[in-house]
Design a protein around this ligand. Structure first.
Ligand code: ADP
Length: 257
């Protein structure tokens, strides 16, 4: 797929610069953090060494999603990522107490993100960055200071979400960051009782939007209460390889192909 070429180059270079993949969305609540966690784990399960950075200033949720309340230590003023489910991660949520707002202006948030990126990532080959929703300060400073190798954009199939996803695609495009593709989350629901299929947020919207924008469509993740329940208790589905992990594995394979 277009854009992935650049990632391959970064992965195979003899002195590899770590490959940085930004996960972004136009709106909040569309499953960007859920995708970041499970994609990072699914990539790690292909044999890569993966780090995950939770840069969502408004709602850092990776400690919860990964079921870890361990605080990172530091060496030489650099943070040491915490291990969970076969990946290493750092989250803004580890740096503040639960329930306390990160009342930071742009420069502080960008400074904190820089600390997370410049941490002791050791032999990590790929860093997945879970960005805040939208197209604000944190996105701009990540793009300008760290030059991601590519961006994955998440949206529900709903027009309201897709319109804002288009803005995120536009931002990365304007700043010459390759958009790896669009993922449709909360795509179709199968009733666990009667098996009836329905589309609470519509269907197919993201694939059409990706085609209209000329970017790859990376796949669909169904709306699934088992996925939500597993996420809530810190057992990411991608780690167990169960039925809820398939969609994430497929997206990870596309990224690594
Ligand atoms: P964002 O990072 O975009 O704000 P989250 O990943 O935090 O979104 O997801 C928002 C909420 O939706 C969470 O409660 C999460 O568990 C739930 N969720 C995300 N994706 C799905 C899905 N495919 N099926 C069911 N629940 C989901």
């Amino acid at each position: 797929i277009e854009g992935v070429k650049d990632i391959r180059i970064a992965l195979t270079a003899s002195q590899p610069r770590r490959t940085l993949i930004a996960v972004a969305s136009g709106k909040g609540g569309v499953g960007k953090s859920t995708l970041s966690t499970n994609l990072a784990i699914a990539i790690a399960r292909t044999g890569k060494k993966v780090g995950l950075i939770d840069a969502d200033v408004y709602g850092p949720s990776q400690t919860r999603l990964l079921g870890s309340d361990e605080k990172p230590t530091a060496d030489d003023k650099k943070l040491n990522p915490v291990e969970a489910h076969g990946i290493r991660f750092l989250s803004l949520g580890q740096l503040v107490s639960t329930g306390h707002a990160l009342a930071w202006r742009g420069p502080m948030a960008s400074g904190a993100l820089a600390q997370l990126i410049e941490a002791n990532w050791g032999d990590a080959e790929i860093l997945v960055v879970d960005l805040p929703p939208g197209t604000g300060d944190v996105q701009l400073s990540l793009i300008q200071k760290s030059r991601p190798d590519g961006a994955v954009i998440v949206s529900t199939p709903q027009a309201l979400s897709l319109i804002d996803a288009t803005r995120a695609v536009d931002l990365f495009g304007k700043m010459s960051v390759p958009v790896i593709g669009l993922v449709e989350n909360m795509s179709g629901y199968t009733c666990p009782h009667c098996g009836e299929q329905s589309d609470p947020f519509g269907s197919g919207g993201a694939e059409e939007a990706a085609a209209a924008m000329g970017i790859p469509f990376l796949g669909r993740i169904p709306l699934d209460s088992a996925l939500r329940e597993a996420s809530d208790v810190g057992t990411p589905p991608a780690a167990s390889g169960g039925p809820q992990s398939e969609a994430f594995e497929a997206i990870a394979r596309k990224l690594m192909a």
